[in-house]
Design a protein around this ligand. Sequence first.
Ligand SMILES: Nc1nc2c(ncn2[C@@H]2O[C@H](COP(=O)(O)OP(=O)(O)OP(=O)(O)O)[C@@H](O)[C@H]2O)c(=O)[nH]1
Length: 294
Amino acid sequence: MTQDQHKSGYVAIIGKPNAGKSTLMNRLLGSKVSITTHKPQTTRHQILGIHSEEDMQIIFLDTPGVINPRYELQKAMMKTVDRARTDADIILFIVDVKDADVPGRIFKMLSSLKGKKVFLVINKIDKVTDQEAEGVARKIQDQCDFDETLFVSAINGTGLQQAMDTIKANIKPGPAFYPKDMLSEQPIRFFVAEMIREQLFLLYHQEIPYSSTINIVQYDERDDLDYISADIIVNRESQKGILIGKGGKAIKKLGKSAREVIQGFVDKKVYLDLHVKVRDKWRQDPNRVRHYGY
Ligand SMILES: Nc1nc2c(ncn2[C@@H]2O[C@H](COP(=O)(O)OP(=O)(O)OP(=O)(O)O)[C@@H](O)[C@H]2O)c(=O)[nH]1
């Protein structure tokens, strides 16, 4: 095959928190590379998911939900969105059909994109009638021009084949940027930290998930098992107690469920050692935010 028959491109998935960006990317890839929870602002990094075929490579960029940043961590998250939209050839602007109020600044941002294809993706259509979904799409199309409009349910798969076909039809000639067997570019430590963070989002409430981050201190691949030591960093002393729980009950539950998910991922026994550390107001401190990989 000659190089000019091969196609490649970057596709950024952008939208408000909880629109279903990570679910959509995982489903389009057929593998879970991005954590998903029912809570908004779960995704903090740009997560890359690579779809390869013999003559094509599509690199999906999952991004944090677009918000008005209030603290350093959120500012770093929004820089990630900016980078993704600059890097991308195609933008999938995803809207939850039940949360379709789009702030004007997002339309402004979408309209400012030059030389890129922008697709409107109406997600969660399993929750509404076709008519309702079309009404929502029309309202959004009135405010901004889109190259294509797609209706999907990322969770049950409706419309995803058509979405993928439309994406593929718009990918231009270009070389493969990554080895064809690669699914993502982050190291295993990154995914392990994300899996712990996902369980934290699922098991704790209110400000705890948003105030925490995970720092993998040690990752030893041993013959019989992988030994992982991780710090859970919190914002305030009072949060440490909540994380640990009475008699250590809460953190034990977190450790158990995180260990099970990690074991499924690495396909090996895992020993997970979790410690809680207080780093006062880390989310407000640019150096710490950078240090923790944002
Ligand atoms: N009913 C329904 N729920 C969905 C669909 N897609 C995603 N969800 C749910 O919506 C919630 C948010 O999904 P995510 O994929 O984490 O959303 P996100 O846009 O990546 O969220 P952030 O990372 O917080 O910005 C989860 O509870 C999903 O299960 C869908 O098609 N239908």
